[in-house]
Ligand binder design. Structure first.
Ligand SMILES: [Zn+2]
Length: 292
């Protein structure tokens, strides 16, 4: 009997150790991040079409593996339909002036962490300052990037936490379309219900000069992001005005578009959600809509 209890105890302690190590590694990667960098640029296709998108999903922070993998074929299909070149890489060395200049839009699909060197960051900043286009999805707006310029210019809000209790909830998002001449929003679903892990931000992007495309109706959601023992100050949402997709025109007709949605792989087979992203890519690449 004693022997059995001993085995049970060791078994329990072993499982506990595995759980602690797993949670510790997830936390480390999300909060501190990895330091993996590339220095050899990839070979781009010899022929690029008139409209080219760079799909980048490098994760030196939290890896949204399921969403990243589901997004790639969805964007490939979108590119084929629209006759775009879609070039997919997680090689940060593509962030150099000559190669970035070949793209109309740089798309960060759940790219997280400090994923570029200082030199690569500088090339990306110059690309935007010269009128480039950016689209960020979900994790691209979390708190892991540690880059003030990126938050201030491309994201426009600071991430606080996400829903955890439960993590994935079905919520309603509502369109804000300010004008019948706004081809970014014209024809998009006015209201749609979808399941996601909902991000909460400490500041509202409206106050930082961004225009909101969709807000999240929080009224039947639980925005609590507390983790027992570890985190106890994240039981709040954004209230009546909870932006969830927004955009901004930057100097030189550069454009940035961010959607806080896209945690799940299933997001990338939702027609409504893909319509929103497609519109965002076209707008960021200046094929639709103006920047007044
Ligand atoms: Zn997520």
């Amino acid at each position: 009997m004693k022997q059995v209890l001993k085995y049970l105890l060791f078994g329990f302690l072993g499982l506990l150790l595995i759980a602690v190590l797993f949670i510790g590694s997830v936390f480390y990667r999300a909060k501190v991040g990895l330091s993996i960098y590339e220095s050899d640029p990839p070979m781009l296709p010899a022929e690029m079409k008139d409209f080219s998108v760079l799909l980048f999903s490098k994760t030196n922070g939290f890896p949204h593996t399921e969403a990243i993998e589901a997004a790639i074929p969805a964007f490939e299909k979108m590119a084929e339909k629209n006759d775009w070149t879609l070039y997919t890489t997680n090689n940060g060395a593509v962030f150099n002036p000559a190669q970035l200049a070949k793209f109309d839009v740089v798309l960060w699909s759940n790219a997280t962490g400090r994923n570029l060197t200082d030199e690569q960051r500088e090339a990306f900043k110059t690309y935007i300052e010269n009128g480039g286009g950016f689209v960020g999805i979900h994790g691209a707006g979390d708190a892991s990037h540690h880059w003030d310029w990126y938050y201030e210019n491309l994201i426009g809000a600071h991430f606080s936490h996400h829903s955890l209790n439960p993590q994935i909830q079905e919520g309603t998002i509502n369109l804000e379309c300010d004008s019948i001449n706004n081809y970014l929003c014209l024809g998009l679903p006015t209201s749609t219900k979808r399941a996601d892990e909902w991000y909460v931000f400490t500041d509202n992007p409206r106050n930082n000069g961004f225009t909101v495309l969709y807000t999240l109706d929080e009224s039947n959601l639980t925005m609590n992001g507390n983790i027992p023992i570890l985190i106890n100050d994240k039981d709040f949402g954004m209230g009546a005005d909870h932006p969830i997709v927004w955009y901004k025109c930057l100097p030189n007709d550069a454009r940035t578009f961010y959607s806080a949605m896209g945690h799940t792989g299933a997001s990338f087979s939702e027609t409504n959600y893909l319509d929103i992203l497609e519109r965002g890519i076209k707008w960021a690449g200046k094929t639709i809509g103006d920047c007044q």
